[in-house]
Design a binder for this molecule. Structure first.
Ligand code: UDP
Ligand code: MG
Length: 322
């Protein structure tokens, strides 16, 4: 029988508006699971404050003061969603047997946790929460997100379709994750590499309960680029393919040019020349850019800077006060 202490890890950046409601629902969920005997009374909700500029940390402190079910970790500064999540997972790893990660905004259906815990108790190590539909997302969010998954696939980055960062991981899977030391962090691409027994749970994704999205288009594009370049070298291989293609075209051009020269027609052809200059120039710049992305990644990885620093962890042994 595996241990059954559950931690729910929630990264929070400027989430003061949703936190009280999130805490209420997660608290209810934990209590229900504890009284059903599925998880131990040592189970907790761990809020990670990712250097919020609003009163998020004060809200977390107040929640913790009122109820020992809630604990908190305060990062030294804003490090972004993925790093904040990793900080939470690594903090929870030392205390829990299974960890569920979810966003603070209640877009992920809290009730899916029951099914995740059941699967864990059946011996599954990683349970992915998968969106069954995107009805409530805006048209824009839905199309861009789906284009994102398709592009990732095309560029050789393997991810779970329609799965964000709502998932359960066992202690064993987290110990595995801890051995992935990359600083260019794209968790939903790394987690499938861990392996072990995996399964999925479907849920309906709702709308943000309050506050606004912390992922505007610009950040989403950056995130997609990060995902592809940190998971796959396919873009580099594509450059090689492109190089071959251009080389063969140039062979044909040589034959063509020699024939033109032999027949005494060498002055015309300005348009084709101008076009090739632009095309080849553009391709070279593109290739350099792609290579540059990877060189930049190497540079950052070689520094091996810490991915997060924790200022303070709020926790106590007693759990819920009666
Ligand atoms: N988040 C974070 N640090 C950041 C940005 C976001 O910890 O720098 C958290 C945020 O509080 C939320 C989660 O990451 O819990 C996902 O953000 P959001 O819901 O805004 O993204 P969306 O659902 O719109 O893609
Ligand atoms: Mg959200």
């Amino acid at each position: 029988m595996p241990g059954n202490t559950l931690y729910i890890v929630v990264p929070c950046y400027n989430e003061e508006e949703v936190l009280p409601e999130t805490a209420r629902r997660l608290g209810d969920k934990l209590r229900a699971l504890i009284s059903a005997g599925k998880i131990s009374p040592q189970s907790r909700v761990l809020f990670v404050n990712d250097g919020s500029k609003d009163r998020t940390w004060e809200v977390i402190q107040a929640l913790h003061r009122e109820n020992g079910l809630f604990c908190g970790a305060d990062l030294s500064r804003n490090r972004g969603h993925q790093n904040a999540l990793l900080a939470g997972l690594m903090t929870a790893r030392e205390r829990a047997d299974m960890v569920v990660s979810m966003d603070a905004d209640l877009q992920d259906d809290v009730d899916a946790v029951d099914a995740m815990v059941d699967k864990y108790l059946d011996g599954v190590d990683i349970v992915y929460g998968v969106r069954s539909s995107r009805k409530t997302d805006t048209f824009f969010k839905r199309t861009t997100a789906e284009a994102f998954y398709r592009m990732m696939d095309l560029l050789g980055a393997e991810t779970v379709f329609n799965h964000a960062d709502y998932r359960l991981m066992s202690k064993r899977a987290l110990d595995g994750l801890a051995q992935f030391t990359e600083v260019n962090l794209f968790l939903r691409g790394i987690v499938p590499m861990i392996g072990y027994r995996t399964d999925t749970v479907e849920y309906e994704r709702g709308e943000r309960f309050a506050g606004e999205s912390k992922y505007p288009l610009k950040k989403m594009l950056g995130f997609a680029l990060e995902g592809v370049t940190s998971l796959s070298v396919k873009p580099l291989r594509m450059i090689t393919g492109l190089g071959f293609l251009v080389f063969f075209v140039s062979l044909a051009m040589i034959v063509y040019n020699v024939v033109r020269w032999a027949t005494g027609n060498t002055v015309t052809g300005w348009a084709s020349l101008a076009c090739s200059v632009w095309l080849i120039g553009g391709l070279i710049l593109l290739a350099l850019g792609i290579i540059g992305e990877y060189v930049g990644k190497l540079y950052m990885e070689s520094k091996g800077r810490p991915r997060f620093l924790i200022r303070e962890v709020l926790e106590e042994e007693t759990g819920e006060k009666s």
